[in-house]
Design a protein. Structure first.
Length: 305
């Protein structure tokens, strides 16, 4: 499949996205300080910049652990080092994994394991941009959590307090099924050819059969046997959960498989099909700005009294 086809597919992929799921946030027992007008401008500019980041790479899913760490803890220090290493490495390679603070000279509560991976057809510059965007967003989506994963259309960033590297995990993280195709024997035959070919991928593979296209990928820390096992499970879920869908995506913890009918992502879309993630963040920013304005006005009133 040519690179242009994948590029056009990604541009139209917003039709298959769901809204950003809700996540728990970090709460501290502190009082809200009086905000100055300059603080309001800072907050507004900070969060509007994240709207741009979210729109720059299509959101697929995210996950956050329930446990949270304290600010200025050893874990936060190692997390910052990990994220910096991920961003630096992404300008050199499409995959890398890291383990920090896991030796006997460091406190056990500071240990962190992480990785990133870009889709196999990405250029190094595009990989770097995607990973940088994911790293910028992961702290906003999962604040102060010991574990987090953020899957964008073209890259994944994940970290945990426990060592998950190289350990097979086929738990379902995300699935999306389009409308069904009825009584199209040729389509089903071609679809089965594609997903069967994807099942044998080692790393990243693109497959086409007639008017059906698809690709699949395993994380770089999986062995050949575990990659095959993961993709077999992903393909099984594609068929069992999405049935006769014209397009389907299944993301497991360590691999994914996707297929679509050629032209599906090139069909004209309604202008109302906006980026749901962008709308979610925009609403959040609007609420935050409203609260900030209220606090500023309250401060002025108190001073006047």
């Amino acid at each position: 499949m040519k690179e242009g086809t994948i590029g056009k597919r990604r541009k139209k992929q917003k039709k298959m996205l769901t809204s950003l799921p809700q996540h728990s946030t970090h709460h501290q027992n502190t009082t809200i300080p009086t905000l100055k007008l300059s603080s309001l401008f800072f907050l507004f500019s900070f969060f509007t910049s994240h709207i741009h980041l979210v729109g720059s790479a299509i959101y697929i899913y995210s996950g956050c652990s329930q446990e949270k760490f304290q600010p200025n803890s050893p874990y936060e220090t190692n997390l910052n080092s990990l994220l910096s290493s991920i961003v630096a490495s992404a300008s050199q390679a499409a995959y890398n994994s890291f383990a920090l603070g896991n030796d006997t000279t460091n406190p056990a509560e500071g240990a962190i394991y992480g990785l990133y991976q870009c889709r196999g057809d990405l250029k190094t510059t595009d990989c770097s941009k995607c990973v940088s965007s994911a790293v910028s967003q992961v702290g906003l989506v999962c604040p102060y959590t010991y574990g987090a994963s953020l899957q964008l259309d073209a890259c994944l960033v994940r970290y945990e307090h426990i060592d998950f590297l190289g350990k097979l995990d086929t738990s379902l993280r995300y699935k999306k099924c389009s409308k069904s195709v009825s009584n199209d024997v040729e389509f089903f035959r071609r679809r089965d050819d594609v997903v069967s070919d994807l099942q044998g991928a080692m790393g990243f593979r693109v497959s086409t059969s007639g008017l059906v296209e698809g690709f699949a990928q395993c994380l770089g820390d999986l062995s050949t046997a575990d990659c095959s096992s993961c993709l077999s499970d992903a393909v099984l879920k594609l068929k069992s959960m999405c049935g006769s869908a014209e397009a389907a995506d299944v993301f497991l913890a360590q691999c994914y498989a996707r297929y679509w009918a050629s032209g599906y992502y090139d069909s004209s879309s309604d202008s109302s099909d906006d980026d749901e993630v962008g709308k979610t963040v925009a609403i959040f920013v609007g609420v935050l700005a409203g609260v900030a304005v209220f606090i500023v006005l309250l401060s002025f009133c108190r001073k006047s009294i």
